[in-house]
Design a protein around this ligand. Structure first.
Ligand SMILES: [Zn+2]
Length: 362
């Protein structure tokens, strides 16, 4: 009897160990942090050809390197492409959704007719200015190479700045986390590699529209810039850029798993004019994120926001002309924002009006 009881106890404790092992095992499996790495362009779509380089090749090399590093840190990596092939923008999002990824990172290189250089990181949003629109337009125009693009993208027109408005809603849920990882990548570019800071911005990138997870698009730099193009095309440049992206993703993962999405830096999203002075009308602020929709802001449009710590500041309009800004202020007050004020920015950093007049004497 005693023997039987012992045997029974042994049997149950073994069973318990097996069960708990299985639970642990299956948990660690499903809990594995999954990152989808999306190398921009591919196949018949070369991306930009600044200085004769191929954006599709550079983005793929960097994407594969980022994945290699992250795999060593026990993250699960899914690539949208591992070879030189054409993939539609929707398909890229489908892959990310299918794997229920925790993060989607799309990798690109920029181009410009000027000597512009520097690295920038984007989250989905309304393009608050011409420059952001142009970047998104370039990355979105690939849909012209897809069959039935009109149907697939519900009439989206890459050449129309207004066309982006319908895109924004789906990603809003993940905006805080997208901004967090974007600013971590961007800080790494600047602090570790001394890349010129083109800051975190919002614009209407189609590839970010349909993903159900925090999603960012990295513009590593400008292939059209002689020095930066050569750097990004070099092994050294690709290793350095991928190291810093992977480092940011690992830090982000650790913060998310600890449940912290609080941003430590001031002015994280900078939608103000490219290299420029701008005047905006601050109409509201608060700790809650309000989608930038007219109906949330008494019918006003041309809305942007800046997140500082846990506080959101909301702005209306954007100009570098003080008289125009005064007209915007009157419009904001007439709409019911009695406490609205004019706020000046220089390269995305808030400055006083005095400083603004010094820098912009006309
Ligand atoms: Zn691109």
């Amino acid at each position: 009897m005693n023997n039987n009881l012992n045997l029974l106890l042994k049997f149950f404790s073994t069973l318990l160990i097996i069960i708990s092992f299985n639970v642990l095992f299956s948990q660690s499996n499903t809990d594995q942090f999954t990152v989808v790495i999306d190398a921009g362009h591919g196949g018949k779509d070369p991306g930009n050809r600044g200085n004769g380089y191929y954006e599709k090749d550079i983005s793929l090399k960097v994407a594969l390197l980022v994945g290699d590093i992250l795999k060593k840190s026990n993250l699960k990596i899914v690539y949208t492409r591992k070879t030189d092939k054409f993939i539609t923008l929707n398909k890229r999002a489908d892959i990310a959704n299918k794997y229920q990824a925790d993060l989607f990172v799309s990798i690109h290189c920029d181009s410009h007719t000027s000597n512009a250089f520097g690295a920038g990181t984007f989250v989905l949003g309304l393009h608050a200015n011409e420059r952001n629109f142009r970047i998104a337009q370039k990355e979105n125009s690939v849909i012209y190479l897809e069959d039935d693009y009109n149907q697939k993208y519900e009439g989206f027109d890459p050449d129309n700045p207004e066309s982006v408005i319908s895109l924004v809603l789906m990603q809003e849920e993940y905006l805080d986390q997208s901004i967090l990882i974007a600013s971590m990548i961007q800080n790494n570019f600047v602090q570790k590699l001394n890349r010129k800071n083109r800051t975190v911005k919002q614009a209407g990138f189609l590839v970010l529209r349909n993903t159900y997870m925090p999603s960012v698009l990295v513009e590593l730099g400008f292939l059209t810039n002689k020095k930066e193009g050569a750097y990004l095309n070099s092994k050294k440049g690709q290793i350095e850029m991928s190291n810093t992206i992977a480092d940011a993703i690992i830090k982000y993962k650790n913060r998310i798993l600890k449940g912290s999405t609080v941003l430590s830096n001031d002015i994280v999203v900078d939608n103000t004019n490219f290299n420029n002075l701008s005047l905006k009308i601050q109409i509201a602020s608060g700790s809650k994120f309000l989608p930038l929709k007219s109906y949330n802001f008494k019918g006003l449009s041309q809305l942007t926001f800046v997140k500082s710590g846990n506080n959101y500041k909301y702005f209306f309009e954007n100009t570098d002309n003080y008289n125009t800004a005064k007209k915007h202020l009157i419009k904001a007050k007439k709409s019911g924002f009695n406490d609205a004020v004019i706020v000046a920015f220089n390269n995305g950093k808030k400055i006083s009006l005095d400083e603004f007049f010094k820098l912009n004497p006309d």
